[in-house]
Design a protein around this ligand. Structure first.
Ligand code: SF4
Length: 241
């Protein structure tokens, strides 16, 4: 059973350019300094949304009205596995099975937010996606300063490479994979030079459209807003506003 912490019934921002429903899946193996969903990281906590009873009936009522469903988190691939894609893949296939009778085509495109914490699982899930918003945490050599997990550099870069390979494989097919690479700039650990290094590293891989995002301190771990305020020279009231 997919463990869903929450859902947004209508989002214009989770997959830019699309009206989407977003599912926030419980659990993530990383612990990013600024994570704005820090209260849903523990995978053992049961979510409050039922895929069968809440999500599927809602989607049935939104055929023709929504463009897409975005699986977000947490890290959604935590609810997959290396063999058959697990609960996540099953859920994606259930969503894709909705057909818009006016077009005869799948009613909803499928998007995923991932930082690539599980490369093999991501590889399986990628085949089912129309779009991925892939979080590049930092330049190589700095990942663990953001994720607080040793070795996350390696797995993050392996996953990034896997996304590029899938994108290349589906180029010029009738179902290309659309990708947005994005990085949240954490001013408590990243300098302007680090950002430039990241842009250069990605550009060497052919990625020239990295989206840079500001940290949102709302929902972040309790000690983060004060660190953010210190790093940016703001007072804590401004940061919490
Ligand atoms: S990878 Fe995403 S969900 Fe996981 S801790 Fe980092 S910001 Fe939060």
């Amino acid at each position: 059973m997919l463990n869903i912490a929450g859902m947004s019934k209508l989002s214009t921002v989770d997959w830019p350019g699309n009206l989407s429903m977003t599912l926030f899946l419980q659990g993530c193996p990383w612990r990013c300094n600024y994570c704005h969903n820090s209260d849903i990281l523990d995978p053992s906590v049961p979510g409050e949304i039922s895929f069968e009873e809440d999500v599927l009936p809602f989607l049935e009522s939104r055929v023709g009205l929504l463009d897409a469903v975005v699986f977000s988190g947490g890290e959604p691939t935590l609810q997959s596995n290396d063999e058959d894609g697990g609960e996540l893949l099953q859920a994606i296939r259930r969503v894709r099975a909705f057909i818009d009778k006016t077009t005869g085509k799948p009613a909803f495109k499928i998007g995923l937010h991932s930082a690539g914490a599980y490369t093999n699982r991501l590889k399986i899930i990628l085949r089912e996606l129309d779009w991925i918003g892939f979080d590049v945490k930092a330049p190589v050599g700095m990942y663990d300063k953001i994720t607080n997990i040793k070795g996350s550099d390696l797995v993050g870069m392996r996953s990034l490479q896997t996304v590029l390979q899938e994108q290349e494989f589906r180029k010029n097919t009738d179902r290309p994979l659309s990708v947005t690479f994005r990085t949240t700039i954490d001013p408590t650990v990243m300098s302007n030079d680090d950002v430039k290094r990241l842009v250069k590293q990605l550009s060497e891989k052919g990625i020239d459209n990295l989206v840079l995002q500001d940290v949102r301190t709302i929902g972040s771990p309790a000690d983060y807003p004060a660190k953010f305020a210190k790093a940016t020279g703001q007072n804590i009231e401004e940061v919490m506003r």
